[in-house]
Design a protein around this ligand. Structure first.
Ligand code: MLT
Length: 265
């Protein structure tokens, strides 16, 4: 489905009934990364997945990229769907969008699942890396970004043994426009430090992380969970950064148990 939000077209899917679960994808993927979650959870919950601006079937304008802008797009979509409050499940960059959402629209957040993400801002070295990756995208295209990103997103075991999954991730990355890739990289480089807001997060929060995640390791997950009142952290074995795709069985079960425990509030 498509909607015009903040003067651009956003693509999304909306399946099932019950507590709304809004899934926010990683960089540089799209809403298709949540297909195993939609299949497993839409029988019990209202599952909404969205291609953030710059990704998949949504528009990739030349400018206006920030994580706050992505959060405004998500709120615009909630308004379009007449959803007052939702559980937000954000993986990596999707988690950064969750922090922006909580900062500006805490009243819309029923609960948070922060998966394979971090609360801190980029280091100076990290920002330089973003700029270099944007240059790579500009000069050599999205295929070169897939070559760089796949070893960061998936465990070596997945890369060796699950060619279909690797191909799926590659296709999602290569489907992006360069404007979207560069826009995201700037947005992530400029995102604020969210560590100071963690103690103020008052909604139920679950922190998930692949045990073998090297991009946002379990130490980052424990740091977040330690600062958010009442938050719980769960490690997902045999998974790297894309824990929802590498261990959908465990990821889905943890999200389902968490969301079911929220009742109908
Ligand atoms: C992601 O998976 O969204 C990215 O690894 C996030 C990042 O580069 O900080």
């Amino acid at each position: 489905m498509k909607a015009t939000i903040n003067r651009i077209t956003l693509a999304y899917d909306d399946q099932g009934k019950g507590i709304p679960l809004v899934f926010l994808h990683a960089f540089p993927l799209n809403r298709r990364m949540w297909d195993p979650q939609t299949a497993a959870l839409s029988g019990r919950f209202r599952v909404i997945t969205v291609d953030l601006r710059g990704h998949g079937e949504s528009d990739s304008p030349l400018w206006h990229y920030s994580l706050d802008q992505a959060a405004e797009d998500v709120v615009g979509l909630l308004d379009h769907l007449s959803i007052e409050k939702a559980v937000f499940v954000g993986l990596s960059m999707g988690g950064y969008v969750c922090f922006s959402l909580y900062r500006s629209h805490a009243a819309r957040v029923l609960a948070l699942v922060l998966a394979d993400t971090r609360a801190g801002a980029d280091t100076d070295e990290g920002r330089i890396g973003r700029f270099e990756m944007a240059q790579t995208a500009y000069r050599r295209g999205a295929a070169a970004i897939a070559d760089v990103m796949i070893p960061k997103l998936l465990t070596p075991r997945t890369v060796q043994t699950k060619p279909d999954l690797v191909q799926l991730v590659r296709a999602m990355i290569q489907g992006n426009q360069i404007s979207g890739i560069a826009g995201d990289l700037m947005a992530m480089a400029e995102r604020p430090d969210s560590l100071p807001i963690l103690p103020a997060i008052a909604c139920p929060t679950l922190v998930l992380v692949g045990q073998e995640d090297v991009a946002t390791p379990p130490s980052e997950a424990r740091l977040m969970a330690g600062q958010i009142p009442g938050a719980r952290v769960e490690l997902i074995p045999e998974a790297g950064h894309l824990s929802n795709l590498e261990r959908p069985d465990l990821f889905n079960r943890m999200v389902e148990e968490f969301a079911a425990g929220l009742g109908d509030s």
